[in-house]
Write a protein that binds this ligand. Structure first.
Ligand SMILES: [Zn+2]
Length: 318
C-alpha cells in the first residue's frame, strides 16, 4: 500500500563500516546517530538501506531485496574532471566486484539508461533472477547487453505494482540538463534493440523515472538525476527522500522537491560521490554535498539529513 500519510517513525541505529576506520567515519558523518549494531540482521518492520555509491541503493527487509540503479563496476571516465566524462570510454563489467557487493536481488528499478545506472544490471539480473523495471529504451539497452527477456517489465510512469514485500509506484521524470541549450548527456531513445553497447555514449538516457517504494510503513522516493516532475510528485509523503547535488539549471530544485514531498522526516543524499574513486574507501565528493545539506536545512529544518557513506547501511523502522 502506498503510504501518503506521514507516519510516526523511530530512527534506528547506525551500523557497521565495512571499509573500517571509525575515526574516518566519525569525521565524515555530520549527523549524530546512535551506536553501532554491527552485523545484526534487520528485524520487524525494518528496512536496511545500504549505499553502493552513485545512485546505487540496496533495500533489504526480512522478505525482500530491492535494488535501484545497481552499479559497482566503477571504471574511470573523467566524469568529475573539467572535461567531463569521455564518451569513448569502454564499458567494463567487473563481475567479481558485483558478486562481492550485490549478492542478491528480487526487484531492480532503473531510473535511466546512463552507464553509471544500468551497465551492471544485465549481469545482476542473470545471476539473481530479479525482475527489472524500466522504460522501453532502458530495456532495449539491457536486451542488447544480454539481460534475460522474461525478467524485463516495461513501464512508462503511472504504474503501481505489488512486489514481494513492497509496493512500487512509478512516476515520469526528467534528467538534469546543462548549458544554455539544456542538453541532456547522451540523450536519446531506442525503440528497438541496438547493437551491443560498447562505450558509455551508447547507453543513452532513454527517459527518466522516479520511484516511490513502500515497505509497509516506511517509504522512499528516489530520482536518479537532479530533476523531477513537480506535478507528478506533489502530494507524495515519503518517509525518506533521496536528493542529489546539482540541478543548477533547474530553478529551486531542492526547495521545490522538499515542498512537493511534504518536507520528509529524513533526507538521504545520493549520487554525490566521484565515482572514478574506489567504492571500498570513503566517498570523495563529486557533487557539492555541503551546499546541498545547507539548502535542505534551510528549506526543511525538521528533516534529518542522514549521510550514509560507501558500503554503509542505515536501518529505518516503522
Ligand atoms: Zn544520468
Amino acid at each position: 500500500m502506498t503510504d501518503r500519510n506521514h507516519r510516526s517513525f523511530a530512527l534506528s541505529r547506525r551500523s557497521l563500516v565495512k571499509w573500517g576506520g571509525a575515526a574516518a567515519l566519525a569525521a565524515s558523518i555530520p549527523v549524530t546517530i546512535a551506536a553501532a549494531t554491527a552485523g545484526a540482521e534487520p528485524t520487524g518492520k525494518s528496512v536496511r538501506l545500504r549505499w553502493l555509491g552513485t545512485n546505487s541503493w540496496e533495500f533489504t527487509t526480512e522478505e525482500t531485496t530491492v535494488l535501484i540503479d545497481p552499479w559497482v563496476s566503477r571504471f574511470p571516465t573523467g566524469a568529475y574532471t573539467e572535461a567531463g566524462a569521455n564518451p569513448e570510454t569502454k564499458i567494463e563489467v567487473h563481475e567479481d566486484v558485483i558478486d562481492e557487493h550485490l549478492p542478491k536481488a528480487d526487484t531492480i528499478l532503473v531510473t535511466h539508461g546512463h552507464w553509471d545506472h544500468i551497465a551492471d544490471v544485465p549481469y545482476i539480473a542473470k545471476k539473481t533472477g530479479a525482475t527489472v523495471i524500466g522504460t522501453e529504451t532502458h530495456l532495449n539497452l539491457l536486451r542488447a547487453m544480454d539481460a534475460p527477456e522474461e525478467q524485463l517489465g516495461q513501464v512508462v510512469g503511472g504504474e503501481f505494482y505489488q512486489f514481494k514485500g513492497c509496493t512500487v509506484e512509478v512516476f515520469k521524470s526528467t534528467h538534469s540538463a546543462k548549458g544554455d541549450h539544456k542538453k541532456i548527456e547522451f540523450a536519446g531513445t531506442r525503440t528497438s534493440v541496438p547493437k551491443r553497447p560498447m562505450k558509455i555514449k551508447h547507453l543513452v538516457e532513454g527517459g527518466s523515472l522516479t520511484y516511490l517504494l513502500d515497505f509497509g510503513g516506511v517509504s522512499f522516493f528516489n530520482a536518479g538525476s537532479a530533476n523531477f516532475h513537480q506535478h507528478q510528485t506533489e502530494g507524495l509523503t515519503p518517509t525518506v527522500l533521496f536528493i542529489q547535488p546539482g540541478g543548477g539549471h533547474t530553478p529551486d530544485y531542492v526547495e521545490r522537491l522538499l515542498k512537493a514531498t511534504g518536507y520528509p522526516r529524513y533526507v538521504v543524499p545520493t549520487h554525490w560521490d566521484d565515482f572514478d574513486k574506489p567504492l571500498t574507501e570513503p566517498a570523495v565528493p563529486g557533487g557539492d554535498i555541503e551546499t546541498l545539506q545547507k539548502r535542505v536545512a534551510k528549506a526543511s529544518p525538521d528533516s534529518e539529513f542522514v549521510r550514509i557513506d560507501h558500503l554503509e547501511h542505515h536501518d529505518f523502522q516503522s
